[in-house]
Design a protein. Structure first.
Ligand code: NAD
Length: 353
């Protein structure tokens, strides 16, 4: 399918290709949907094999942001930028400022932030040329603690739905990935009295949570089959797949990782197994809620209290799933699409502002 047909099929608004001859900056910004507000999504710098691979990635990521913002109740649309290049080679002040100028040229339809291979330092340069950048050091800072906080409340909501109580005391949680988000998540879980089984490929990170939170370490392969109440993926995507599905002994899968289901059908299979799955973009929205707060006037307490509402959103998703007899990943899409549709429709009458 060519790009325009794909845009038509999935309701995309705009794709912008940009090239800067001074710095050899080459990238693509995609705006999926701005019904709810300006399209917000990070900038990913990646050594893509070719332009087609980069285009597919930006299309997929931008659409994902529309759903994530809508499900989080934010007045934001979905967008994303991918830049083609080797992170270690290309980064410099001029490069990021050239990018900032392209962002500015979209006049606020798109707001950028960090993503893979882009840092708060890079965004400081971007901010020299545009008003439309978030995730800056001086305001919302590192989103990971908020993402972990949201995941923690999402896990509690799942526990409420499955066990009838949301306390995690004495529940066993298997956490995969002890990086920026996983570490803080372990802290919240430990503080509430949950037992932790953990894994990472970085031994130092394992040692830290074993020491601080009394966690039991297992190997990367073992984590899927351990006896636990909750599996919390906080590392890679696609960890629910044909190989791992027969191994799970948990009742809940809820964590911060993106794209947890390798394919949609794996969400159907979880449903058939009676494992409650917290859809990734609903439970990991804390970081986005945090940067949104930056746009409306940053206040940490407000960012925390809005992130805590992920608890209610996960319960809403589970309720839709039960009522309509659909898996939770489909219920989340329905919740996001309904919100976009309703807000679009209430704007059908003219009012002067
Ligand atoms: P991170 O890179 O800081 O941590 C990831 C950790 O996973 C690292 O410690 C890494 O060693 C470990 N890991 C990698 N491969 C592994 C494997 N095979 N087995 C076990 N551990 C492995 O990343 P992060 O910022 O903590 O993000 C974690 C996940 O959450 C990612 O999927 C990310 O896309 C998602 N996410 C993060 C945020 C955020 O605010 N940081 C927001 C939304 C979603």
């Amino acid at each position: 399918m060519n790009n325009l047909d794909y845009m038509k099929k999935y309701d995309y608004e705009q794709i912008v290709y940009f090239y800067d001859k001074e710095t050899d900056l080459r990238g693509i910004t995609c705006i999926h949907d701005t019904t709810l507000g300006p399209a917000l999504g990070g900038t990913r710098l990646w050594d893509y094999i070719n332009e087609d691979e980069a285009t597919i990635d930006v299309l997929r990521l931008a659409r994902g942001m529309t759903y994530k913002a809508a499900a989080a109740g934010l007045n934001l649309g979905g967008g994303k930028t991918v830049i083609l290049g080797k992170a270690k080679k290309v980064k410099c002040e001029a490069y990021w400022r050239a990018f900032g100028r392209y962002v500015q040229s979209l006049n606020g339809r798109y707001i950028t932030a960090e993503d893979v291979n882009t840092s708060t330092d890079d965004m400081e340069y971007v901010a020299m040329e545009t008003d439309y950048v978030t995730g800056l050091k001086k305001t919302s800072g590192d989103p990971s603690p908020l993402t972990a906080y949201g995941a923690y409340w999402g896990i509690k909501a799942c526990a409420y739905s499955v066990f009838g109580v949301d306390s995690l005391k004495d529940r066993v949680v298997a956490v995969q990935g002890l990086g920026h988000v996983g570490y803080y998540l372990c802290q919240y879980l430990h503080d509430e009295g949950a037992g932790l089984i953990v894994t990472d490929i970085d031994q130092e990170r394992i040692d830290r949570v074993v020491k601080e939170f009394n966690a039991i370490p297992v190997s990367s392969d073992e984590i899927y089959g351990v006896t636990c109440d909750i599996y919390a993926p906080c590392a890679l995507g696609a960890t629910v797949n044909d190989e791992t599905l027969p191994k799970f002994k948990c009742k809940i899968i809820a964590g911060a990782a993106n794209n947890v289901l390798k394919e949609d059908r794996h969400g159907d299979e979880l449903e058939a197994l009676g494992i409650v799955y917290a859809p990734d973009y609903v439970i990991n929205a804390g970081g986005l809620i945090n940067v949104y707060q930056e746009l409306i006037g940053y206040n940490r307490d407000e960012a925390l209290s809005k992130t805590k509402k992920i608890y209610d959103r996960i319960l809403d998703v589970i309720s839709i799933s039960k009522k309509e007899s659909i898996p939770t990943y489909k219920a989340a899409d329905r919740m996001a699409e309904n919100r976009i549709e309703k807000i679009k429709n209430i704007r059908s009458n003219y009012i002067k502002r």
